[in-house]
Design a protein around this ligand. Structure first.
Ligand code: ADE
Length: 228
């Protein structure tokens, strides 16, 4: 199973960015995933190659043109699901990531300025997805985050480094805390911090129960919304 990301952007050099490093970088070399960053400006004409214009109705900023985004979208051979990254979108959750990671191709539209002309989103059936309740300067970092979350789920990408059933959100809870050697650690302030005894007991049933309890505690405290 592999995945092809088609990225529509005014800043193609932002890709693969951080995804060229570490495990996702190795997976890219193995062609577990691939990408093409398509420069929307390449579809513009004239000396100025304008990609945006002022908004109808007035207001601040510029709006990316529908015609150029349509041309760029239609140039993609296998677009798969088409996603516009936007703070207005439906929230990206681990469940949605799982769905997206199991598709062979995705097209990710990255907006800049005030956004893109609504008509091309409607005409080309873009779904809108948000990575969180805050506003970025453009869709590119959001696309990189969506891609990262998908890539790490591809078979073989994480090797032994993940236990997908236990990590945060996979069971609807935040993850329990982790510890490694030494079992007694003296911090710079002189305080000695010990590893919880139960984790050294070798009693796997008790350890499992302790971890479940910790996961529930931290979820109640930080993300009570997840328990509803
Ligand atoms: N573009 C700007 N802000 C964004 C967000 N929060 N999620 C997705 N795309 C965005």
């Amino acid at each position: 199973m592999s995945i092809q990301f088609n990225i529509l952007t005014l800043f193609p050099d932002m890709f693969p960015g951080s995804l060229g490093q570490s495990l996702s970088g190795k997976a890219l070399e193995r062609r577990d995933w691939s990408y093409e960053a398509i420069n929307i400006r390449d579809f513009a004409q004239g000396v100025h190659k304008n990609v945006d214009d002022t908004p109808y109705g007035g207001g601040a900023g510029m709006v990316m043109r529908a015609d150029l985004i349509e041309k760029a979208t239609l140039s993609i051979e296998k677009p798969g699901r088409k996603i516009y990254l936007s703070p207005r979108g439906t929230p990206l959750t681990q469940a949605l990531v799982k769905e997206l990671a199991s598709t062979p191709a995705l097209t990710l539209l990255c907006g800049r300025y005030e956004g893109v002309d609504q008509r091309v989103l409607d005409a080309q059936d873009f779904e809108e997805v948000s990575i969180g309740d805050y506003v970025l300067s453009g869709g590119e970092p959001a696309a990189l985050i969506l891609m990262d979350a998908c890539i790490r789920l591809l078979p073989g990408v994480m090797g032994n480094e993940t236990t997908p059933d236990e990590e945060s959100f996979s069971n609807g809870l935040l993850e329990y805390p982790h510890y490694t050697r030494p079992d007694e650690w003296a911090a710079a302030d002189g305080n000695v911090h010990k590893v919880p005894e139960i984790l050294k007991s070798g009693d796997h049933a008790k350890i499992k129960a302790w971890r479940e309890e910790e996961a529930l505690k931290i979820t109640k405290k930080r993300r009570p919304d997840l328990l509803k």
